[in-house]
Design a protein around this ligand. Structure first.
Ligand SMILES: Nc1ncnc2c1ncn2[C@@H]1O[C@H](COP(=O)(O)OP(=O)(O)O)[C@@H](O)[C@H]1O
Ligand SMILES: [Mg+2]
Length: 199
């Protein structure tokens, strides 16, 4: 096993491939569709090699996550926050189902820093919508699940986005996060606190 997240496990398959298996309720066909849509528009995602009933076979991306890099070289925080905001901007330029393509779990642990540049993974929550919601989701996730470091990261990230729009979407983002079954009660409390503070 390569990694185990809250909602899936990643297994090494060899030959430059990994298996992304869902613990419950994943929709591999839908996830593959949005990933291929992003890729067709030049957005950096792992290639989808195979769609199975409960899993996806993906191209293995060699690199460390932006989160691991942040921990290893914290002095590069400002640069990584800028990179993440730039990835948001690029993703949200992609039309999808009459709106824009959103990732909705777009945080430093879902960005792999590879030799060919950053590659975005974990598209389980992706759908069409208003880009401000994606930015607000990143705000909520980083500010309430990333510790002190995450709050500092959030401050830098928000320098590069449409802050007024993100703020308007913050309540909706917070509700999504609170409703996520993989989120702990302590995290939910922090989300509620953030929403009250920003109201
Ligand atoms: N295509 C890939 N290539 C290499 N490593 C990957 C790939 N996809 C996922 N991983 C590894 O597995 C971890 C969890 O993957 P992710 O898709 O974010 O699952 P989760 O839904 O569990 O968060 C990542 O942080 C990364 O280390
Ligand atoms: Mg992930």
């Amino acid at each position: 096993m390569l990694a185990e997240g809250r909602a899936s496990e990643i297994l090494e398959l060899g030959d430059g491939r990994v298996l992304r298996r869902f613990k419950a309720g994943g929709r591999p066909d839908r996830e593959a569709e949005v990933m291929e849509h992003a890729r067709a528009h030049g957005f950096p995602v792992p290639r989808v090699l195979e769609v199975r009933e409960d899993s996806l076979v993906l191209e293995r991306v060699d690199g460390t996550t932006m989160l691991a890099e942040l921990r290893r070289r914290p002095w590069r925080l400002a640069g990584h926050a800028h990179t993440l905001a730039e990835l948001h901007r690029r993703l949200h330029a992609i039309p999808f189902e009459a709106e824009r393509l959103l990732h909705l779990d777009f945080h430093p642990d879902n960005v792999l820093l590879s030799a060919r540049g950053p590659v975005v993974i974990d598209w389980a929550n992706a759908r069409a919508g208003d880009p401000a919601l994606d930015v607000a989701m990143t705000w909520v996730i980083c500010a309430t699940s990333g510790g002190t470091f995450g709050r500092v990261f959030t401050r830098f990230f928000l320098r590069h986005v449409d802050l007024a729009a993100a703020r308007r979407s913050l309540p909706e983002a917070g509700e999504h996060r609170i409703a996520d079954p993989n989120v702990t009660d302590a995290e939910r409390d922090r989300v509620r606190k953030l929403l009250r503070r920003m109201a």
